[in-house]
Design a binder for this molecule. Structure first.
Ligand code: CDP
Length: 244
């Protein structure tokens, strides 16, 4: 699409959303038979599959940690996931996203329970439409829970951007292309921010407001993640909620 004159008209975005609205989101936990845990997520135009294996033996063995499980996260975009064919295999972008996504999730995984083992998380982007790293983290978090990996709580993620000078929740592709800033954020249920990156420019005041919007978005995502797990496993009480 060529750059539209305006991305926000009368307080509405081109896809009809208000400034503070997420795209339609649908989680489904436990969709893969051979993975220990999995989740399929549609997040606006993004289609994402997350698969988790482990805790399992570490190969190669020199990567073992005697006191805790190691967590590995591979973010991968399918060749057909984007408009221009994506060259298969890792690149700088996917290596960076894998690293920050792993760090976003590690803080909630009880790695100390499984010394010398590995927890492997695979995130496949089947269709990309902006916000794939946050979509991947949301799906991976549900897949970890589906695998029965002990976690302190779930991690939820969403982005806030700046478009036509206004802060908007959850950028779509056109807003990502033609907007002025993109701020992906991940948060755990204790309110700790576990990922915060930014492309573009915002003032300090805008950054504060954007972070608050992202936190509210993450809370909504958490409810959806929880619902997806309830659909599969029924009502449960998480340790984080018990503590309150
Ligand atoms: O996906 P995310 O917003 O986390 O990361 P990004 O690097 O800001 O990429 C934004 C969007 O650009 C992606 O979601 C894809 O839709 C698109 N993209 C693409 O078309 N081709 C690539 N090789 C990488 C990204």
């Amino acid at each position: 699409m060529t750059k539209p004159e305006k991305l926000i008209v009368d307080g509405k975005r081109l896809d009809g959303r208000g400034l503070n609205e997420l795209r339609p989101i649908r989680f489904k936990a436990g969709v893969l038979k051979r993975a220990d845990g999995s989740c399929y997520l549609e997040f606006g135009g993004n289609k994402v599959m997350a698969a988790v294996y482990g805790p399992r033996e570490v190969h190669p063995r020199h990567l073992q940690n005697a006191s805790r499980a190691i967590v590995r996260y591979r973010y991968n975009m399918a060749a057909f996931s984007v408009e221009e064919r994506k060259r298969p295999g890792p690149d700088r972008r996917s290596i960076e996203i894998s690293k920050v996504s792993r760090e976003a999730l590690e803080s909630v995984i009880m790695q100390e329970l499984y010394p010398r083992s590995a927890i492997d998380i695979f995130v496949e982007i089947l269709q990309a439409d902006a916000g794939t790293r946050v979509a991947g983290i949301n799906a991976a978090s549900v897949a970890l829970a589906d695998a029965g990996i002990p976690m302190r709580c779930l991690v939820s993620a969403c982005a806030v951007g700046k478009v036509d000078g206004e802060l908007v929740l959850d950028l779509n592709k056109d807003e990502d292309n033609y907007g002025q800033a993109d701020l992906p954020v991940a948060m755990n249920q204790f309110g700790e921010i576990t990922l915060c990156q930014m492309d573009g420019h915002m003032t300090e005041e805008e950054f504060g407001r954007a972070l608050d919007m992202a936190i509210e978005g993450c809370k909504k995502l958490h409810q959806m993640q929880r619902q997806a797990l309830i659909e599969k496993y029924g009502e449960m009480v998480s340790p984080a909620e018990e503590a309150h």
